[in-house]
Design a protein around this ligand. Structure first.
Ligand SMILES: NC(=O)c1ccc[n+]([C@@H]2O[C@H](COP(=O)([O-])OP(=O)(O)OC[C@H]3O[C@@H](n4cnc5c(N)ncnc54)[C@H](O)[C@@H]3O)[C@@H](O)[C@H]2O)c1
Ligand SMILES: [Fe+2]
Length: 425
């Protein structure tokens, strides 16, 4: 059979996700899972807030009952920094571990990925961060099994190849991404999210929404140039038919359940649906990629002044979900011309209402603002203490996020990025 000539554009997309266990009771199977992998020692990695829920100790007990030597490290930094990761790595290096179990939100899961990388490889985290921020090395040795147990809904980090770190010296967040960082198993037990404070539920729920929306509107995989080396395709390949399915389902679940989960944290149905949405969005964006709201979120979080967020530890921080949603409305107003039908469809999935071309570019930003107001999210960058004089610094940070910028659906110049930040003040 004659095949058409290889096109100059990309013609192939990739998709990968870890095996997962989902459902009430899933965390009680972790001991058996670790034993089945032939591991005899395991470090449970968590933060003090999550430790207080009792779930990490319950998992440690389950591991010990399966004959596995287990210790808990509860020193994870919320929104981990290079410094907090170094502390975790120093702790983990005290002995050789066969396996890691991360219990918590994205902070614990990402810290465990970094611990796994830096206890199996020489060097420091910056060696593995993408250029121009870091040296962009790829891990070359096998990593240990990592079981990821998310307790927020959530970052989707249990499915992704990504580890996000706040680089304190640079006042900038950045990501390390490589297929070897992807957890070996995701264990999602929606009961673990019942204790989430409402503001963490709101912010991490907006993160789920943004993962799905950004992947869904990212540049189509076949609008990108073909790679020079087919074995080194980027982890973010752009929107594609498989990621689209996960993202559409996630949007509809968030639209139906996020308000409920925020307003009644004990609503087990809403919690379960949000845990599912987070998993769907994670498996979607972990392949298609996130774009500008996430690229903007990194400098917004990294350049924090004195803002403190209710429900989070008492320290200056802009939680990831708040940082991501702060510029989302302005971004989706700007990306609208790239694919109006997708933006309108997303607004429909989030609301169950019908939108047509006459609703235009304001439809989706309006739906986002409405939802954010209903769940009491901060609505502009001024809430975090930023003003006009910060726009240059924020744009500089965004323009360094090469992984996300590669899948933005329109070509972004400095003036466009500035306008998006100004509209978001
Ligand atoms: N790797 C990825 O793919 C990816 C994607 C998005 C975000 N991130 C990163 O993840 C981090 C944010 O993670 P997050 O939003 O999941 O929150 P988090 O892990 O930072 O946790 C937020 C707060 O909630 C508490 N908490 C978590 N689960 C709880 C529970 N069940 N009950 C009570 N309290 C609980 C924690 O102790 C903490 O104080 C950021 O650093 C962000 O950059 C990573
Ligand atoms: Fe995110």
């Amino acid at each position: 059979m004659m095949l058409p000539d290889t096109p100059e554009n990309e013609n192939v997309f990739t998709w990968a996700a870890p095996p997962l266990k989902f459902g009430a009771g899933a965390i009680d199977e972790i001991g058996a899972e670790v034993a089945a992998r032939g591991s005899s020692s395991c470090l449970v990695i968590t933060d003090t807030g999550v430790l207080a829920t009792g779930f990490p100790s319950r998992i440690a007990e389950n591991l010990r009952n399966a004959g596995i030597t287990t210790e808990i490290f509860d020193g994870v930094g919320v929104e981990p920094t290079d410094l907090s990761i170094e502390e975790a790595v120093t702790f983990a290096r005290q002995r050789e571990w066969d396996c890691f179990v991360a219990v918590g939100g994205g902070s614990a899961l990402d810290t465990a990925k970094a611990v796994n990388l830096l206890t199996t490889h020489p060097g420091e985290l910056l060696d593995f961060v993408a250029p121009p921020i870091g040296a962009g090395k790829a891990p070359w040795l096998p990593l240990k099994p990592l079981i990821a147990v998310p307790t927020t809904a959530g970052t989707g980090s249990e499915s992704t190849t990504i580890c996000v770190v706040d680089l304190l010296g640079l006042h900038l967040k950045a990501g390390v991404s490589h297929p070897r960082l992807r957890p070996s198993l995701a264990v999602i037990d929606p009961r673990t999210t019942l204790s989430l404070p409402s503001q963490v539920t709101a912010a991490s729920g907006m993160d789920v929404l943004s993962h799905a929306l950004e992947s869904y509107t990212s540049v189509p995989y076949d609008a990108k140039p073909a790679p020079d080396d087919p074995m080194r395709r980027p982890a973010f390949c752009g929107s594609n038919p498989i990621s689209d399915v996960w993202c559409e389902t996630a949007l509809s679940l968030v639209g139906k359940n996020l308000r409920r989960a925020v307003h009644n944290g004990r609503d087990m149905h809403a919690r379960t649906q949000m845990a599912l949405a987070s998993t769907y969005a994670g498996t979607g964006f972990g392949n298609a990629g996130t774009h500008l709201p996430h690229a903007n979120a990194y400098p917004v979080a990294g350049a924090v002044k004195s803002y403190r967020a209710e429900g989070y530890p008492e320290m200056p921080m802009v939680p990831h979900g708040q940082a991501v949603s702060a510029t989302a409305a302005a971004v989706f107003r700007w990306t609208y011309p790239a694919d109006p039908a997708r933006h309108l469809r997303a607004a429909e999935l989030l609301t169950g209402r019908t939108f047509t071309a006459t609703d235009g570019k304001e439809a989706l930003p309006h739906v986002l603002s409405e939802l954010m107001a209903d769940i009491d999210m901060p609505s502009g960058l001024r809430s975090f203490g930023y003003d006009e004089s910060d726009v240059d610094t924020l744009v500089d940070g965004t323009l360094k996020q090469t992984r996300q910028l590669a899948v933005v659906p329109r070509s972004l110049d400095r003036a466009a990025a500035e306008e998006i930040f100004r509209q978001s003040l």
